[in-house]
Every structure is written in structure tokens, then in C-alpha cells.
Design a protein around this ligand. Structure first.
Ligand code: NAD
Length: 254
């Protein structure tokens, strides 16, 4: 019970990585606010948590809006009597198109949700989290290298790492930490997959294929570790969770 007696908020909690993280945080003892622009998705995950004996509330919020972030954090803190951990994970992917075909609308949307959303969420986390708490933001392998044909996505995710690194000292002054995870490919609706929502015991997780797709829980477990007191020495860092995607050129490519 890594999070017994703690209160958590998860954005993008209605699907994919966030849905798994919300369920796992609850299984580890946390009360969880499942936040998503898709309220039905958030409600479904909160209901799964409650059905498993946990405590959860579902909240609608568009992370690109300052007022929505403030309302979600305020509501969660009020419901649970405070907040300890925040997993700022909501994000969107753009259609893969050549660099010169990225439209201004797409660029603005990706930056508003993926980058400004992380900024607004981190400001709320810094304001609300109790000493000893932590925030984790979901960036991407596309925060570490540029993904061809995904310029707006890559730029928005690179920006997330700048935010996390810059915020670390101010989080530390309040007894808090902030880190990023950088997933490789993950089987979620973001890339057209429909993974199982069932959680497995962390010790039973399968090894993802070398440089292959990960399951959402394989990523969520790393977020939980960084949110937990076990990671007390980790602040302002970015952790790749990519099954070695960026560790080496594909075989035979050089
Ligand atoms: P997903 O589509 O399953 O989940 C994303 C969730 O975010 C959805 O429930 C969606 O409704 C919510 N969301 C979207 N826009 C929102 C907004 N404006 N406000 C609030 N909620 C919003 O996808 P996922 O793969 O679980 O994505 C989670 C995070 O992981 C994203 O930040 C994504 O960029 C990142 N990521 C995913 C992959 C991958 O291959 N799936 C790889 C690297 C990084």
C-alpha cells in the first residue's frame, strides 16, 4: 500500500495510461480524483475503482483551461481533505504529416493541451500538494528526440521537459518533487489500440518486446514509483519508459 492515506489527482484518467495509473494508485491505498475532458470515461474508471473497494471521484476538466485546472484541484482537495500526488498525463497526438503540412490550428491545439496543460497543472500541483508529495507529467520519447512528421507533438513534449526541470527547485522548496516520464509506443486509444482495463499484480507484468509497444500498466507503474516516497531522491528528471526504443539504432540500420 504505497499510497495508503494519500490523495491523488490524475488527468487523462479516463483512458489509457491515466486509467491504469488511477486504478493502481487506488489499489495502493490512495483516494483518486479521475480528471478528464471526457467525463463519461472518467466516471467509468472511478466506478471501476469503487467496485474494487477503492475511493474515487470523477471530474470533468479541459487541462488547456486555467479555470478548469483550478476547479479540478480545488474540488479534489476539498473532497479528500488535501492532495499528495498529481499525475498530469492528459495529452493528444496530431495526425502524422510532413513538417510543412502542420497547420497553425494543429500546432496551437497541441501546445495548448500538451504543454500549457502541463504548465497549468503544475502550477496547481505546486499550490495544492502537501509536503512530501510529488507530481509526474507524461511527456514522450518525442520529448527526447524529434519524431519525423510530428513536429507539433514533438515540440509540445520537448517543452514539458523544460517545465519540469525549471519547476524542480520551487517544488523542492515546498518539500515536493516533480518529474516526467517519456513513454515510447503504448497500446492505447491515442494510437488506435483498445487495451484491457484490467490490472495485474506488478510482479506479474510481462516484458514488452525489445523496442516494441508497451502496455499502459507497464508505463503507469513507473509513474507510481516516481510519485512514491521510494523516489525521494529523484527531482527534475525525465525517465524514458520505452522498451529500449531510443537505446540503439534498429538492427542493420548503419
Ligand atoms: P489516451 O487517448 O488513451 O488517453 C488520453 C486521455 O486524455 C483521454 O482520456 C482524453 O480524453 C484525455 N484528454 C485529451 N485532451 C484532454 C484535455 N484537453 N483535457 C483533459 N483531458 C484530455 O492516450 P494515452 O496514450 O493514455 O495518453 C496519455 C499520455 O501519454 C498523453 O500525454 C500522451 O501524449 C502520452 N504518450 C502516449 C504514448 C502512446 O504511444 N500511447 C506515447 C508517449 C506518450
Amino acid at each position: 500500500m504505497m499510497f495508503k492515506g494519500k490523495a491523488a489527482l490524475v488527468t487523462g484518467g479516463g483512458s489509457g495510461i491515466g486509467a491504469m495509473a488511477a486504478q493502481r494508485l487506488a489499489a495502493e491505498g490512495a483516494q483518486v480524483a479521475v480528471v478528464d475532458i471526457n467525463l463519461a470515461g472518467a466516471q467509468a474508471i472511478a466506478a471501476r475503482i469503487e467496485a474494487s473497494g477503492g475511493v474515487a471521484i470523477a471530474l470533468a476538466a479541459d487541462v488547456s483551461q486555467a479555470a478548469d485546472n483550478a476547479q479540478a484541484f480545488d474540488a479534489a482537495a476539498q473532497a479528500f481533505g488535501g492532495l499528495d500526488v498529481a499525475f498530469l498525463n492528459a495529452g493528444v497526438l496530431q495526425p502524422y504529416v510532413p513538417f510543412d503540412a502542420v497547420t497553425e490550428d494543429v500546432f496551437d491545439r497541441l501546445v495548448a493541451i500538451n504543454l500549457k496543460g502541463a504548465f497549468l497543472g503544475l502550477q496547481q500541483a505546486h499550490r495544492h500538494l502537501r509536503a512530501g508529495g510529488a507530481a509526474v507529467v507524461t511527456a514522450s520519447a518525442a520529448a527526447v528526440i524529434g519524431f519525423a512528421d510530428a513536429a507539433a507533438y514533438s515540440a509540445s513534449k520537448h517543452g514539458v521537459l523544460g517545465l519540469v526541470r525549471s519547476a524542480a527547485r520551487d517544488f523542492s522548496k515546498k518539500g515536493l518533487r516533480v518529474n516526467a516520464i517519456c513513454p515510447g509506443g503504448v497500446s492505447t486509444p491515442l494510437i488506435g489500440a483498445t487495451p484491457s482495463l484490467d490490472i495485474v499484480s506488478p510482479g506479474q507484468l510481462a516484458l514488452p518486446p525489445y523496442q516494441g509497444l508497451l502496455d499502459p500498466q507497464q508505463v503507469a507503474e513507473v509513474a507510481l514509483f516516481l510519485l512514491s516516497p521510494s523516489a525521494v531522491g529523484v527531482n527534475g528528471q525525465a525517465q524514458l519508459v520505452d522498451a529500449a526504443l531510443l537505446s540503439a539504432f534498429p538492427e542493420g540500420s548503419v
